[in-house]
Design a protein around this ligand. Structure first.
Ligand code: ZN
Length: 166
């Protein structure tokens, strides 16, 4: 019997690609290629990751599995937002981002995978929520006296408001 179109899942098994948290206690895998990939600029994901934005790869739930460390996974459910975020309880690495309106998908931070996931992150969500301090590829040059540090030279027409404290 065929599945309904709304729940179209892949028919062929995918080759798994493995990702892991920072400490390595939690390992997970998704099928290659991932369903899609995107940059999430929302305030909620920014806060949850402690970073300017989060980059995710979306996997069919049927192609996602935790292979090690299941007992170390802590889950934060935000009923109001309809989301659930999972973390490694040992090292704090964000592991999964699930959304109630998309129950067939599991979203995993792209950074957890060293290798290719089969999708380039060409999409942006909530870009209007991007903070003024996010880096957008502005030109940088070496900072004298600090090897390995580069900086953005001040410009005449700055996008940013320097009145704040970053
Ligand atoms: Zn960990």
């Amino acid at each position: 019997m065929k599945k309904p179109a709304a729940a179209k899942a892949p028919k062929t098994p995918a080759v798994p690609v493995e990702g892991q948290c920072r400490c390595g206690a939690v390992r997970l895998e998704i099928g290659f290629p991932a369903r899609w990939a995107w940059h999430d600029h929302s305030a909620a994901s920014r806060h949850a990751h402690g970073a300017a934005y989060a980059t995710y790869v979306g996997s069919w739930r049927s192609r996602f599995r935790v292979t090690e460390g299941e007992d170390l996974i802590t889950r934060f459910v935000d009923d109001a937002a309809g989301t659930a975020r999972s973390f490694c309880a040992r090292c704090g690495t964000p592991l999964c981002f699930e959304r109630a309106h998309s129950p067939t998908m599991v979203n995993v931070p792209r950074a957890l995978f060293e290798g290719r996931t089969g999708r380039e992150p060409r999409y942006h969500i909530a870009i209007h929520e991007s903070p003024e301090w996010a880096y957008w590829g502005e030109a940088v040059g070496p900072l004298k006296g600090f090897p390995g540090v580069v900086w953005e030279r001040p410009r005449k027409n700055k996008r940013r408001d320097d009145s704040g404290l970053f």
